[in-house]
Each structure stands twice: as structure tokens, then as C-alpha cells.
Design a protein around this ligand. Structure first.
Ligand SMILES: [Zn+2]
Ligand SMILES: [Zn+2]
Length: 393
């Protein structure tokens, strides 16, 4: 039997279990770095299939499927954490944990990666190389990718290529969204404290008003994006919080401004960061205030290696003709998979899950989020093929 047909058969065999695993994880969501149950289940399953496992970064699991023949090592990464959201669906498998929900579909990611592991163990004897399964905790906010990499997720043996993916309700069920180059944005946080001097509201000249200085600063920072960045470079600076004072007629001592910067280009990212400091420094100096700026580089952009997008495209068209879609635009959202792609080549794709007939239309992070489970086996099959193809290329 041809390998493609053999794979399809094995994927079909495991597909009910993939759905069961997904529903089980969905019922028992766990937040960042608290994924004890999920992690234990992943480890038990991998071990039962003869895959070596290691627990790292608290609740992360690295599984290594060693092929019988020597060769490259290719990795798949799945994130395993849930969100602090109370689920508002009536699904039979809805969250049983108040205030926690798999509203970003990481339950499906974990189940799909397990499906790939189960299927590929069947091919161990003919495998030229190794496959690594990276089950990463804390994708949402807390940042689990970095500690996984620091713990050696990409070493021992060194990973030569990596695949990541996200279930994507913006795309119709069964479509595969692909984009060369950047697909998700960088995300940095800033906290700016303007230190003025308080005064009576009737006598502002006796103080230094941090509110007007803060307002000027926000406008000036927006001009960095609109006037200094080339118009075709997607860049977003959003100020989400401006806190100062407490009443009508008192000028406060300080104002605290918080915001986020998103870019697709590492050069634009460092340019804005540098210019931000210059603008804040000279503006506050001119207006006679002090400041403190905390700038945290949180996540790099997720930048796909074109060659591996080609691999995914070929595979998607073989497995499900007409399924691949070229995404013209990146998402300005972020994903810590970018850390992996900073270290090794690879690709991140979107697996369409939108199905209006089933009422599956809600965006990720919605309390009503769900996905079309019919796409789970497709995700398994595409990843199995892509990994095998990358081992021999
Ligand atoms: Zn999310
Ligand atoms: Zn997510």
C-alpha cells in the first residue's frame, strides 16, 4: 500500500480518539503553568506508545519518537493551556471548571499533536530520523515557549525544522491558511509614568501637570507610527490605560500610561522602541517633568520560512485538494511560537474551523467559542505528511 493511503488509514483509525481527547481536555481546562492534569495525560499516552518523554518548564512535555534509521529531527509544537474565561456554551463537553475555558482551541492542538504521535509510532521502523513533540504550557500571556527552549526543547537531538498551527474560526472549516514570512505580530508592553508635580486645579502654574504632558506624549507616540514608519509596514501602538488623579480640581503628581506595540518587522520594532525613548525623554524635559519607562519585549513576530510553507501547501493539496488558502495579511495578534522560529526554520499555519451550519462562528477568546471537530483528522494528516516530507527533504 502506498504511504499516503497507509497514513490515511491510520489517521482514520485514530480520529475518534482525537475527538475524545479534545473533549476530555475541553472539560478540564487548566491555566498557564497549572496544566498538571493535561500534562500527565499527555505523558501517559506518549509513554504508552513507546515514546520517550521528559517534563520541562513545570508542565511542559517533550516527547521523542526515535526512528529506526538515523536522520534529521523535526518537531511539532502544540500549546496546552486554557484561558480564565467562564464558558457560555451548552455543549455536552463544556468546561467543568468555573472561570476556566479552552476558548483558544489549545485542547484541539493538544489532541491533534497526540493523534500525530499515535499515527507516526506505526511508522517507526521505516522512519529516517526522529520526531519531537513539544507540548508547551502557558501560551496565553505567561510565555511558555521561552522556558521550553531554555530547557532544551530544540536540542538533544537538535531540531532542524518545526511546525506549529492554530485552529482558526476566521477561515471556513477544512481550509488551510498559509502565509510566507510574518504571520503573527510581535507584542511588547510599555508602562510610562510621567512624574509631574501636584497643584490646586485653579493654580496649575504652581505645579507640573502630568495629565497634559501625558496627553501630549500619547499624541507624539502615535505620530511615530503614522509619520515615521513606512506605510506598508503594519504597526500598531495602542494605549489601553491612562490613569491619573482622582477628583475635579486637583492636579495630580503623576500619570501612568500603559500600552502595547505590535509589529511584523523586527527592524520596525526596534526603531519604534528607540524613538519612543527619545520622544518621551525630550518631551518631558521640554515640559519640565520626569518620567520612568518600563518597556518589556514580550513576543517576537512569528515569521514563517518560505520553504516549509511550500511543504504545507503541497501536502494540503495532496490530502485535501483545494484546501490551501494564501493569507494575504498577517494577524496583528501574537503567538509565542515566534520564539521557536527565531531558533529554527519552520512554519505555522491556520486550520479553518468555522462552520455556520453547526453554529460554530464565534472568535477565539469568546466565551461561546467552539470548533468544527471534523477538521481534527485533517490537521493530524497534514502534520503527519509534512513532518515525514521534511525528514527526507
Ligand atoms: Zn489565545
Ligand atoms: Zn491560541
Amino acid at each position: 500500500m502506498k504511504l499516503e493511503n497507509q497514513l490515511k488509514k491510520e489517521v482514520q483509525k485514530v480520529s475518534n480518539r482525537v475527538v475524545e481527547w479534545r473533549r476530555d481536555f475541553h472539560r478540564h481546562p487548566e491555566l498557564a503553568f497549572q496544566e498538571e492534569r493535561t500534562s500527565r495525560k499527555v505523558r501517559e499516552l506518549l509513554t504508552s506508545w513507546g515514546i520517550k518523554t521528559e517534563t520541562v518548564a513545570q508542565t511542559g512535555i517533550i516527547g521523542l519518537l526515535e526512528g529506526s534509521n538515523r536522520g534529521k529531527t523535526v518537531a511539532i509544537r502544540a500549546d496546552i493551556d486554557a484561558l480564565p474565561i467562564t464558558e457560555e456554551t451548552n455543549l455536552p463537553y463544556r468546561s467543568q471548571e468555573e472561570g476556566k475555558m479552552h476558548a483558544c482551541g489549545h485542547d484541539a492542538h493538544t489532541a491533534i499533536a497526540l493523534g500525530v504521535a499515535k499515527v507516526l509510532t506505526k511508522f517507526k521502523d521505516s522512519l529516517d530520523g526522529n520526531i519531537k513533540f513539544i507540548f508547551q504550557p502557558a501560551e496565553e500571556g505567561a510565555g511558555g515557549a521561552k522556558p521550553m527552549i531554555e530547557a532544551g526543547a530544540l536540542d538533544k537531538p537538535p531540531v532542524e525544522a518545526i511546525f506549529g498551527f492554530h485552529v482558526w474560526p476566521d477561515l471556513p472549516s477544512g481550509k488551510i491558511g498559509l502565509k510566507k514570512g510574518p504571520i503573527m505580530a510581535s507584542a511588547d508592553d510599555l508602562k510610562l509614568t510621567i512624574k509631574g508635580q501636584g497643584a490646586h486645579g485653579a493654580r496649575p502654574h504652581q505645579g507640573r501637570d502630568p495629565i497634559t504632558i501625558g496627553a501630549d506624549t500619547i499624541v507624539a507616540l502615535q505620530q511615530l507610527v503614522s509619520r515615521e514608519v513606512e506605510a506598508r509596514q503594519p504597526t500598531v501602538l495602542s494605549i489601553g490605560s491612562f490613569q491619573a488623579g482622582s477628583t475635579y480640581n486637583v492636579i495630580p503628581d503623576k500619570a501612568v500610561i500603559k500600552g502595547t506595540l505590535r509589529t511584523l518587522n523586527p527592524e520596525v520594532r526596534s526603531y519604534i522602541k528607540e524613538r519612543m525613548t527619545e520622544v518621551i525623554d525630550s518631551l518631558t524635559q521640554a515640559l519640565q517633568a520626569d518620567y520612568e519607562l518600563e518597556y518589556n519585549c514580550q513576543l517576537p513576530p512569528t515569521v514563517n520560512t518560505p520553504g516549509y510553507i511550500e511543504v504545507l501547501k503541497e501536502v494540503a493539496e495532496e490530502v485535501s485538494p483545494g484546501s490551501s488558502i494564501v493569507l494575504n495579511e498577517a494577524s496583528m495578534g501574537s503567538e509565542d511560537f515566534g520564539y521557536f522560529l527565531q531558533e529554527v526554520p519552520g512554519a505555522y499555519f491556520m486550520l479553518g474551523t468555522r462552520n455556520p451550519d453547526q453554529g460554530v462562528v464565534h472568535p477565539i477568546h469568546s466565551s461561546k467559542f467552539d470548533l468544527d471537530e471534523a477538521v481534527l483528522p485533517l490537521g493530524v494528516e497534514i502534520l503527519c505528511h509534512s513532518v515525514l516530507k521534511s525528514l527526507i527533504n
